[in-house]
Design a protein around this ligand. Structure first.
Ligand SMILES: O=P(O)(O)OC[C@H]1O[C@](O)(CO)[C@@H](O)[C@@H]1O
Ligand SMILES: [Mn+2]
Length: 450
């Protein structure tokens, strides 16, 4: 077996054990910065807590800050990870996962920030942030990342208006569109949703990272940065799901979108979902979001509802029209929002069938599952040191609930399914191609259709 492999053909997890690696730099530099910002945000909201809850609010603020400072110190001094203490519904499962990690490490050393898999410890940090909040009523509903998410939405208003206007125009002429025109619009909106993923707040450690230009106009110049483009397979999957065979019925029953970030990215996902439904390509959309604030900018139920309300309230005809349309899709059950604790756990997706069989069964009902973003890609591939030419299917290790597609800009050093030599060429041209968010993939796995 080659060095760094845990079983036949399965490479080891990325981790900060490799000094100087992206994982190492993230844990050493970016994660403490995120914790410092969370502490600062709580502190800045002190007056609000006092106004709302009096002295109790102030002491909860102090206590939450002290837990987060302690967490930052544990991280920076590579202390062993600690069991969660908050007794919530997912606590036991997190603590069991820690035992699992410990068994893999053996009894020579303890599970710790710089020794354990990067995916695991990064997820664990967000769960510990949440523990610090949950343990401190009356501020236990506070979202430390809310300000950044709402700011990113407001700063992208120009782009959102341009996108909603484009959608409105397409919808006006929808009846007259040829199959080719429909597929062109589909490709554009798929790519807008792809590049929407450039705008997450975690890669920039919470720095402003919004979209200002018109998203449709930017597409041609971004085309050459798409390293794998399986959009044709996605289109064929949608159009061949028109069931039953030969009946002339034109609609795939369900597409699931596993959401990533709030702000501009979420709007691009909603616009794509609106197009899929209003064009008659798809009957239902299930959105999957997070149960609590996660990886700085990820969508929670609160962000999802807030975004739709803001879009409805916009002082722009096409934007507010879109917002009202989205709300009515939700009211009519054409769209629905779901969350499941598995999305805020550290597991690789190949574990889903065993560890969250109910969620796996839900995804099996979809004709297509779209996975947005970098973290979902890391979980799809297990965040492992795969060679670039390894098949996507191999890296999925049996995770195939339904035809699936990852829409991801590259922000972590795992990328499979490239052509021989493609990775090497990119490394020469742009050494940070895997982490600078400039490149992207539309990577599909499912039955190959003609
Ligand atoms: O929002 P996305 O696309 O999942 O990106 C988040 C990514 O940013 C990072 O936090 C950057 O380190 C990665 O850990 C993570 O994969
Ligand atoms: Mn994210």
């Amino acid at each position: 077996m080659a060095a760094g492999q845990i079983g036949y053909g399965v490479p080891s997890s990325l981790s900060a054990k490799v000094t100087g690696s992206f994982a190492y730099l993230t844990i050493r530099d970016r994660m403490p910065t995120i914790l410092t910002k969370a502490i600062d945000t709580i502190h800045r909201n002190k007056n609000k807590f006092f106004e709302e809850h009096g002295e109790e609010g102030i002491s909860a603020e102090k206590q939450a800050i002290s837990l987060l400072s302690k967490l930052r110190n544990e991280l920076q001094t590579d202390k062993p990870l600690l069991e969660l203490m908050d007794g919530l519904s997912d606590t036991e499962s997190w603590n069991q996962y820690m035992q699992r990690q410990q068994r893999q490490l053996g009894d020579q050393e303890l599970v710790s920030w710089f020794k354990s898999p990067w995916l695991y410890v990064e997820c664990y940090m967000y769960r510990r942030i949440q523990e610090a909040i949950w343990l401190n009523p009356p501020i236990n509903n506070f979202d430390v990342f809310n300000e950044g998410k709402t700011q990113s939405f407001f700063e992208s208003q120009q782009a959102v208006m341009a996108l909603c206007t484009y959608l409105g125009d397409v919808q006006k002429s929808m009846e007259k569109l040829s199959e080719n025109q429909l597929s062109e619009h589909f490709n554009k909106l798929l790519q807008v949703s792809l590049w929407g993923n450039k705008c997450d707040l975690s890669i920039s450690a919470g720095q402003e990272n919004s979209q200002k230009a018109s998203p449709i106009d930017s597409l041609p110049s971004l085309q050459s940065f798409i390293l794998v483009n399986d959009s044709n397979m996605v289109w064929l999957t949608l159009t061949s799901s028109r069931r039953p065979e030969g009946s002339g019925q034109k609609t795939a029953d369900r597409v699931d979108i596993v959401l990533d970030n709030a702000g501009f990215e979420l709007v691009t996902d909603l616009v794509l979902a609106d197009f899929l439904v209003s064009s008659g390509l798809v009957r239902h959309i299930h959105f999957h979001g997070k149960c609590f604030p996660w990886f700085v900018s990820d969508v929670t139920a609160n962000d999802f509802q807030w975004t739709i309300r803001q879009t409805m309230a916009a002082n722009h005809k096409w934007m507010s029209k879109s917002g009202y349309q989205w709300q009515s899709y939700l009211n009519e059950g054409i769209w629905s929002y779901h969350d499941h604790p598995f999305w805020t756990q550290p597991h690789e997706f190949c574990d889903m069938a065993a560890d969250a069989p109910d969620l796996y069964a839900t995804l099996q009902e979809a004709n297509l599952v779209l996975f947005k973003g970098d973290l979902n890609y890391r979980k799809l591939t297990g965040d492992r040191a795969w060679g670039h030419t390894v098949d996507f299917c191999t890296a999925l290790r049996g995770f195939e609930p339904a035809p699936l597609c990852s829409l991801r800009t590259l922000k972590a050093n795992v990328q499979v399914g490239l052509q021989p030599g493609q990775g090497e060429k990119l490394s020469t041209q742009d050494p940070s191609w895997m982490t600078n968010g400039k490149y992207a993939v539309i990577q599909f796995h499912g039955p190959k259709l003609e």
